[in-house]
Ligand binder design. Structure first.
Ligand code: TNX
Length: 504
């Protein structure tokens, strides 16, 4: 009997082949109320059945029993009952997501096959990143993306809140940032920003789906927008040949001091490194952000600071990481910051080089581990979800060896990316979505699904080679089976021709 198709692949599954559980309007859902509400919502979307605490003798039981690994769960089904036991509330929530994927159309109605599943995550951190700076995305869009990611057992939403093109979070300590630098997006599209209440709403919504928010304030580069609000804090744009080339290829204007930037070049802006006012700014921004962010991480950026001299860059990221650590938070920085000697030793590095590292990017990443901290892996030629999925896609970029097929998004193994780094050095995996070309939720869906499922599997499932399920051949079949569920959840996934989509 073929195993039910689950994504990300579970740690262990046994399908008995016995009679399935029949899901009818008689079924009762018992147990933890939050998990029951999450399950009812999935089942209603998928089957049209509105199940609750009333009903006949057949039951779905949802319980937390502490003791197992964090976020783990056990799911057992037979003809009479479905039981999901989470080691914690997150584990139970993930068991519910798996149950949603098990629901299938049988000969005489909806069924759940008879299985025993034991499942737990490989990595503690499984993230998606959304860039709300290049194009602003309203709260409802962010919540929709949280819903989508949570179904695949992601537990972190990294929000890229600031960049050259805009500052997207109101801060009482620095009100000019949103007053003067949030009005536009790339291409002259409308901008926007989150009030503090908006941000808190996103944080609470994420928490209800067992996700933390990791806010990023990108520094010392990617700070042109800061200069619109606080001109004394930034340097003049550095107009390198790379910037001229980007303007030649993609159009738009060169960056001009004090004028909103709506192009897509990177690496021309810098905070002033040798001015104490800069560090007062950094302390204000991260201090206020720390107070609004219950999760442990604050991301300081640190990527592509091509407008900052290397020794200045090192000095800056060391001080910024200390400011965050002194707030009681764990700093996160893109891998370039690994070049700095004085980085706070808790700083997590985020690697965005290729699956096969180039240009010494792996050296920079290894430095975080030498410091005693861990890495988040975001290999750009595999899981940068803003890379075009096909050459004719109007959405997306290609710089990271794009177009990026689903097969390439899947076919890499986290512990093989950086020599000398093994699972204990890896905090987790994160799939970024940069939004230079991404304007709306439909665009997000088109670019992220199905490749986001490959990132989910890299973060959650057993290592390549440790499970028969961890092959491209298995993955593409299992992803193909998600089509009806994804459609019922309103996800406008890209119907890639690499995937054998199941109609129903
Ligand atoms: C690189 S890789 C960036 C972003 C761009 C992205 C576009 C990295 C940390 N930064 O600034 O938006 O490429 O793919």
């Amino acid at each position: 009997m073929p195993l039910p198709a689950l994504v990300p692949a579970v740690a262990s599954i046994d399908a008995s082949g016995d009679a399935p559980f029949h899901l009818t309007s008689d079924v009762r859902i018992e147990g933890e109320t939050d998990a029951a509400a999450a399950l009812s919502a999935i089942l209603e979307a998928r089957t049209g059945l509105a199940l609750g605490a009333d009903g006949g003798p057949a039951t779905v039981t949802l319980q937390v029993e502490p003791g197992g690994a964090a976020e783990s769960y056990r799911l057992t089904t037979d003809a009479d009952s479905v039981v999901v036991i989470g080691a914690d509330a997150a584990g139970l929530f993930y068991g519910v997501q798996t149950l949603g994927q098990l629901v299938a159309r049988g000969d005489d109605g909806w069924v759940v096959p008879a299985v025993t599943i034991e499942d737990s995550p490989r990595f503690a951190y499984r993230g998606v990143m959304l860039d709300v700076a290049r194009h602003f995305h309203p709260v409802k869009t962010v919540e929709a993306y949280i819903d989508r990611a949570a179904t695949l057992k992601f537990n972190a939403l990294h929000l890229h809140l600031t960049d050259d093109q805009g500052w997207r979070l109101h801060l009482d300590s620095r009100p000019e940032l949103t007053a003067a630098a949030s009005a536009t997006s790339v291409g002259g599209d409308p901008g926007g920003f989150y009030s503090k209440a908006d941000y808190r709403e996103i944080v609470a919504y994420a928490a209800s789906r067992h996700m933390i928010v990791v806010p990023e304030i990108d520094m010392p580069g990617h700070t042109h927008a800061v200069g619109l609000a606080y001109p004394a804090l930034v340097e003049e744009p550095v107009l390198s040949e790379h910037i001229h080339e980007t303007v030649r290829v993609y159009g738009g204007d060169l960056p001009v001091t004090g004028v909103a930037y709506d192009g897509i070049a990177v690496g021309f802006s810098s905070l002033r490194i040798h001015d104490e006012a800069t560090y007062e700014f950094v302390a204000d921004v991260f201090g206020e952000l720390a107070g609004m962010t219950p999760g442990p991480y604050l991301h300081l950026g640190g990527d592509e600071a091509l407008g900052t001299a290397p020794e200045d860059f090192a000095q800056f990221v060391a001080r910024a990481s200390d400011i965050i650590a002194d707030l009681g938070k764990t700093p996160v920085a893109w891998h370039e910051a690994g070049a700095a000697a004085g980085l706070a030793d808790t700083t997590i590095g985020q690697y965005w080089g290729f699956v096969t590292p180039t240009d010494g990017m792996d050296d920079r990443a290894r430095a975080f581990v030498r410091n005693g901290a861990q890495l988040i892996l975001s290999p750009a030629d595999a899981i940068y979800l803003d890379m075009k999925h096909s050459a004719d896609s109007p959405l997306g970029l290609v710089w990271a060896n794009g177009p990026t097929s689903v097969a390439r998004a899947y076919s890499w193994e986290p512990s093989d990316v950086i020599a000398g780094i093994d699972d204990t050095d890896i905090l987790g995996v994160e799939a970024p979505l940069w939004t230079e070309t991404i304007r709306a939720l439909d665009d997000i869906d088109e670019m992220t699904f199905p490749r986001i499922a490959a990132a989910a599997e890299a973060g959650w499932s057993p290592a390549t080679g440790a499970s028969d399920l961890r092959t491209w051949a298995s993955f593409r079949e299992r992803v193909g089976a998600q089509g009806p569920l994804w459609a019922s959840l309103g996800i406008r996934f890209h119907a890639s021709d690499e995937i054998p989509w199941v109609a129903e």
